[in-house]
Design a protein around this ligand. Structure first.
Ligand code: GLN
Length: 188
């Protein structure tokens, strides 16, 4: 199995380390030609969605990636990655891939709670640590979207078919269960 990680900006190295620690090889996507490599799943990391969104278009990765996702490529999208996947953004006029039917609010926790850590239950996985950094949350989940976790009544993790979107950064904590669940799903 090989997993591709969008590596134009943000926390892609942390995802890579996590996956390699689990014995999975990775390819980093930085340019159009990288899409020729074979991969079975895609990670959209955290970072700055406006910068990533601009770069994927400038580097001509956008169309090819969107096609793959629409064709059923499993995706694990964290934080800014969730913003790239969302069908609608509340406080941003952009839509990037728009393949995940959720309405997402960027920088949703305001200044005081801009970054925080908690441990919460995630459906099908159990308790997991969750690190939020200037995180978005999901204001509304559309039809067919399964809510996997909520913190203070705000949705922070969802699954829609083979697309997983979460507001926090599972790559920054020691716990591997979210990455393992993603890999297990691909393996089946
Ligand atoms: N605030 C960032 C954005 O709006 C997301 C933060 C993150 O990925 N940690 O894109």
């Amino acid at each position: 199995m090989q997993i591709a990680i969008l590596a134009v900006q943000g926390a892609f190295i942390e995802h890579r380390k996590k996956l390699e620690g689990l014995g999975v090889s990775c390819v980093e996507l930085r340019k159009k030609e990288d899409l020729q490599k074979s991969f079975d799943g895609l990670i959209l990391p955290g970072g700055e969605s406006t910068v990533q969104g601009k770069l994927i278009k400038e580097l001509d990765l956008y169309g090819g990636l969107k096609k793959r996702i629409q064709a059923g490529m499993p995706v694990l999208a964290t934080c800014a990655g969730l913003i790239l996947l969302a069908e609608e953004l509340v406080n941003d006029e952009h839509v990037y891939f728009g393949t995940l039917p959720v309405r997402v609010k960027r920088n949703a926790y305001g200044r005081q709670l801009g970054s925080f850590h908690t441990v919460q239950e995630m459906k099908g996985i159990g308790k997991v640590p969750m690190t939020f950094i200037r995180a978005p949350y999901i204001e509304e989940a559309g039809e067919g979207v399964e809510v996997l976790a909520a913190v203070n009544n705000r949705i922070v993790a969802v699954r829609y078919g083979v697309q997983f979107g979460m507001s926090f950064h599972p790559e920054l904590d020691e716990n591997n269960r979210i990455h393992e669940a993603f890999l297990n799903m691909i393996g089946k």
